[in-house]
Write a protein that binds this ligand. Structure first.
Ligand code: F6P
Length: 762
């Protein structure tokens, strides 16, 4: 770097030096000539003075013809250090008298010739002398007397003789040399000062720029340059715009990404986020410790969120903050309410937050599940908004935000906020950790502005969410709804081109990140029982006919899942194609959920009643068309069911993504089985090889069930192979990876912007 700076400075210094040398070489001779002329003029005037002083004595002596008596006078005059010699010439050019130093070779006419030159000098062995010839005027006398020759007293004086004065010029030489030395010294000194200033300023500016660029490249900006560079100000806005464009270009150039794995996600975290601490916050915890008669057991909840985020956490380590809802949760945590999970593997910390029954009622059952859930799903269940629930929701959001802040080891962790339980938390964390990168993922749909307008605290919710750095939804459609909602209810600046919202000086990127599952590892696949074996076990366990066509549905027992519509379609299928009676079976796993809520209880009862009605109507000894398994099933049991099935039915009335369909696809390495999928689930956009249906349309769904049940094996293989390649590629590591990569770019950009701002502010 030093060499580069020197080279840069030389570009300026060399021309400067050349100019100074040329200026000096021109100035010195001119200066010499000028000083010589000054001194010559000076010597002439001095000569004239001397001549005037001597003129009376000289004219008398000449008139009297006694010039010899002038010699002592001349010698006295010569004591002046500059007067070298004196000669006295007669009017007709004869040398009458001369002092000792007067050169013998110099005649009176010769002296006159020299004195008329521009530079009247004569080189002698002892040095150069200046030659000046001055007239001596006076009255001529009568020989041998003091009487004037001219009788008239006021007759004008006549030239009596000429004085030749030789002045020593060595002092002029000395002075010229001194002047030359001073001049060269002055020019050299000036050059040195200019060069020094240039070098110092260039060094500092260069260092500032280099430091700036380095920090930009590192994505930092922690060190201010030595000297603020106000010259950057005009470029700041342009730089920002260019960065954005580059980011967009980069995104487009990436195209479809392949090969996302836990390893790649870890590498991304290390490289693009400099190994930042990852903190996940969600309501539902990934592992629940329950007290049972056999001791403490660990359960995995039925939650799409947990299915997706848990593998990401295993890959990234860090801390997961969640509600400790298990009966034995408190028994296994340390003094800081933390426990290492997964049990036996201990990849990351689970930090549990405790809620009182009142808090859980108001925040979770009340505001989150009676308010936000139906509000966002628009599934024909009215949202209920109570002031007390809102208060609890706000207080619990603050509790979780405080827990996140307490878990943060530095000032800029990456915080992954999950779902509608924590709409206020991003702004609360942002307040305490302004440097944090907050990624909020909304796992459920986002309604249009009119529907969202029902919420009395719509502005507070939007403001809370806009505390996020990045706000993720499953689909572009939900992003669009969110942006339009903000546009309707807040004073914010929206940039549609970049999908960003600037609110209160803070920018949020709103982007779609379709969530997915972890593709099963080889070890897991090899542990699976063969498909035929799975089928045999399920048939045996549920007492199904040997030739049964098995359709499965696996859901939480939730009104948004379209379980009623599914039952209606099965009923219609049996009506329309009676040949299926005795053979077509729907095995519906419905994991109990939110049963404390009336809406859920009455829904679950209604489903049970309809299932019973269908069984009554079409069942017979040894055959029950609907098997409603209203209990939680562990992952292995669900996989066995998927592998045993001919058809998987997902008929959500509205679903952010739905991961059940992706798990079914992942389980079918035999490339058989048909997926019937609701067009209102986000997954329908990614999986068009499924039989996509409108679950509200009973006839259409029944037809799809029939088509699935009769689909030739070759067509099943073709569809399933394509579905599997999509799910395998678009897995959960890609979901998290894309978000974290965007976060990395965003962090880099905000550091550059902070740096540019520092430059602007000087
Ligand atoms: O669909 C959004 C979601 O958060 C899922 O990820 C999860 O399955 C469910 O809602 C939450 O269920 P619960 O209320 O039982 O945690």
């Amino acid at each position: 770097m030093f060499l580069k700076t020197v080279r840069l400075q030389l570009r300026f210094l060399v021309p400067l030096m050349v100019t100074l040398v040329v200026a000096a070489s021109l100035a010195v001779p001119v200066m010499d000539q000028v000083t010589l002329r000054w001194f010559s003029r000076d010597l002439n005037s001095r000569g004239l003075l001397v001549a005037n002083a001597l003129s009376d004595s000289v004219s008398e002596a000449v008139a009297a013809g006694r010039t010899a008596r002038l010699r002592p006078l001349f010698e006295r005059a010569e004591q002046d250090e500059r007067l070298f010699a004196i000669g006295l010439c007669s009017v007709d050019g004869q040398l009458l008298e001369r002092t000792q130093g007067f050169p013998r070779t110099l005649t009176c006419p010769g002296a006159e010739d020299i004195s008329r030159k521009a530079e009247p000098s004569l080189p002698l062995v002892s040095g150069t002398v200046h030659v000046g010839v001055h007239d001596v005027m006076g009255q001529a006398l009568v020989a041998g007397t003091d009487a004037p020759l001219d009788a008239q007293a006021d007759a004008p004086p006549v030239r009596m003789a000429r004085l030749v004065l030789l002045h020593d010029m060595s002092f002029i030489e000395r002075r010229s040399q001194d002047t030359r030395r001073y001049l060269i010294g002055l020019i050299a000194g000036l050059g040195l000062v200019i060069a020094l200033i240039t070098v110092v300023v260039a060094q500092l500016s260069w260092r500032g720029w280099v430091k700036g660029v380095r920090a930009i490249l590192r994505g930092e900006g922690l060190l201010s340059p030595l000297i603020p560079a106000p010259e950057l100000a005009p470029f700041a806005a342009e730089l920002r715009a260019r960065l954005r464009d580059m980011e967009d270009e980069f995104r487009r150039s990436q195209g479809p990404e392949t090969g996302w794995s836990a390893e790649r996600l870890r590498t991304l975290l290390q490289t693009q986020l400099s190994g930042a601490q990852v903190i996940v916050v969600s309501n539902r915890e990934p592992y629940i410790h329950e007290r049972t008669a056999d001791g403490v057991v660990v359960k995995r909840p039925a939650s799409g969120l947990v299915t997706a985020v848990e593998p990401v956490m295993r890959a990234c380590s860090g801390t997961w903050v969640a509600h400790g809802s298990g009966s034995a949760d408190r028994d296994v945590v340390d003094a800081a309410d933390r426990v290492l999970v997964p049990p036996g593997e201990q990849d990351y910390w689970l930090r549990r937050v405790w809620l009182t029954p009142e808090e859980e009622q108001g925040y979770y059952y009340g505001f989150a599940n009676e308010g936000m859930w139906p509000l966002c799903h628009v599934a024909h269940v009215r949202p209920v908004f109570r002031e007390s629930d809102w208060e609890a929701y706000r207080a619990v959001n603050q509790r979780f935000a405080d827990a996140v802040v307490a878990e943060a080891r530095g000032e800029d962790p990456v915080v992954l906020v999950q779902d509608y339980h924590f709409a206020l938390l991003p702004a609360m964390v942002r307040e305490k950790l302004p440097q944090a990168t907050i990624l909020t993922f909304w796992h459920i749909p986002w309604p249009n502005p009119e529907s969202f307008g029902i919420c009395p605290w719509r502005r507070e919710i939007l403001q809370g969410m806009l505390g996020s750095t990045i706000l993720g939804f499953h689909t572009r459609f939900h992003c669009k709804n969110f942006i339009e909602t903000v546009d309707r209810y807040l004073e914010a600046r929206i940039e549609h081109e970049h999908s960003t919202i600037a609110f209160q000086e803070k920018e949020t990127l709103v982007e779609s990140y379709p969530i997915s599952i972890e593709w099963p590892a080889e070890a897991e696949i090899s542990a699976w029982a063969p498909v035929a074996e799975c089928r045999r076990r399920v048939v045996e366990r549920l007492g199904l006919p040997q030739d049964a066509c098995i359709a499965v549905g696996v859901d939480r027992f939730d009104y948004t899942k379209g379980i009623l519509e599914r039952l209606n379609a099965v009923e219609r299928l049996l009506e329309k194609w009676p040949a299926w009676v005795g053979r077509f079976v729907l095995v519906q796993v419905a994991a109990p959920t939110r049963s404390a809520l009336d809406e859920y209880r009455s829904f679950q009862e209604r489903v049970q009643r309809i299932a019973e009605r269908i069984n009554l109507r079409f069942g017979r000894p040894g055959y029950k068309p609907v098997h409603l398994l209203a209990q939680h099933h562990e992952h292995d049991a669900v996989t066995e069911l998927f592998r045993a099935a001919d058809v998987c039915v997902v008929t959500s009335l509205h679903d952010g993504m739905n991961l059940v369909c992706k798990e079914f696809v992942a389980a079918r390495d035999d490339l058989q089985g048909v997926l019937v999928l609701s067009r209102f689930a986000g997954a329908a956009r990614e999986l068009p090889e499924a039989l996509v249906v409108n679950p509200y349309h009973v006839e259409e769904t029944a037809d799809a069930l029939n088509r699935a049940a009769t689909m030739p094996a070759a067509e099943q293989r073709e569809r399933m192979a394509s579905l599997r390649s999509t799910v395998r590629e678009f897995n959960v590591f890609r979901w998290a990876g894309r978000m974290l990569a965007d976060a990395g770019r965003w962090r880099l950009r905000s550091r550059i912007e902070a740096r540019v701002r520092r430059h602007q502010n000087g």
